[in-house]
Design a protein around this ligand. Sequence first.
Ligand code: NDP
Ligand code: HSE
Length: 435
Amino acid sequence: MDSIKVGLLGLGVVGGGTYKVLARNAQEIARRAGRKIEVSRVAVRDVAKARKLLGSDLVVGVDPFEVVRDPSIDIVVELIGGDTLARELVLEAIAQGKHVVTANKALLAKYGTEIFAAASARGVMVAFEAAVAGGIPIIKAIREGLTANRIEWVAGIINGTTNFILSEMRARGLPFATVLAEAQKLGYAEADPTFDIEGVDAAHKLTLLASLAFGIPVQFDKAYIEGISQLAAEDIKLAERLGYRIKLLGITKRRPEGIELRVHPALVPVKSLLANVEGAMNAVLVCGDAVGQTLYYGKGAGEEPTASAVVADLVDVTRLHTADPEHRVPHLAFQPDAMSDTPILSIDDVVTSYYLRLTVADRPGVLAELARVLADAKISIGSMIQQPAEQGADAELIFLTHEAIERNVKAAIIKIEALPFVRSRVTRLRMESLA
Ligand code: NDP
Ligand code: HSE
């Protein structure tokens, strides 16, 4: 059988890795796919740089639309990134009747509804395993392996850069900026690393996971997003002393009133599996009603781990290339006409435990008053620690609460910060046991 022809858009970290893995494992991949998968055209900005990596017989150009419109190309692999040019290219590839493989979570989290609808109408596939958790086949697991289940929640560490930063800061005491620069050098970070640091990249991925888990449309605009830039080194240390570790988590949970969709730093018990996921590794826990909890762990970013997912998609698309579109696995796991309109809940409705840290004047009645504000807001204290603050007459208090409604916690914090003996803002971090 003739080889399947791939047009590769972008030859950076992931594009370069994809090219290398396809070349190195060509025979093994052909045995699995049933035919050879051949990159026959590439588009980049810097042709001379690309030439150093590629064989000389490959067509390399600077116009990605030429690749997308080339009638000999069967599959377009979009590895440019961003959501402007990439969106135009993907929609054009679909219009040209080509299957698409992409690692672009930013694109799909924002324009997934439009892109999947266009692909279904044209009878082509859009595969995106590399868009979530790099090399971990989490999309395949949720979309295919767990189809028997009513999925209850999905939670995990889905951004390698921030997990690398938090791990290095905690274990080696390195400053934030130094570790971020290292993550960029290693090819983990997004072109704009604020996407990583501010939790946006994790929210892109979580949006896709929520759609796959619950059969809801992609709704990135409704995700609650809080990154790690405001995290104090002091809280990382204190969490450790209290038996917790701080991780940037993505959590999406089915509740009777709607679906939680949130990314934020959280304290997780130090003995939990997620607490021990270090460096650029990712881990995703999925809880289904039949299977219980399952855990998926692996490299969440970088050249070849991400290429592993891109190439797996290429093999899938090659195998199904000529299959009847009606019989393919739906893009978002559920049939397009069976999507649910369950609402996404506001962060105010989230129920979890909290870590609250504040500095107060160290004098009689202070604790009693704080306890009353918390009790009035229906917040129950699980434990409390008092330690001397830097200012001699002040004390630092840390409250760990039982589960409470975020709206109540916010209201209590406003009241606490207005009390005359409170000397600092209240640091509020969520706690997740994921039991
Ligand atoms: P890079 O910046 O390393 O690579 C981008 C590539 O796109 C480069 O080859 C660049 O060409 C090319 N490019 C950019 N603009 C154009 C254009 N106008 N025309 C033609 N080519 C263009 O990005 P990554 O490989 O890191 O990321 C690619 C995608 O994969 C993104 O969507 C990212 O979110 C996603 N991703 C990345 C992961 C990672 O670990 N890095 C993991 C999972 C997903 P040139 O080199 O000539 O400038
Ligand atoms: N910037 C992303 C990360 C790449 O750090 O996880 C993988 O999606």
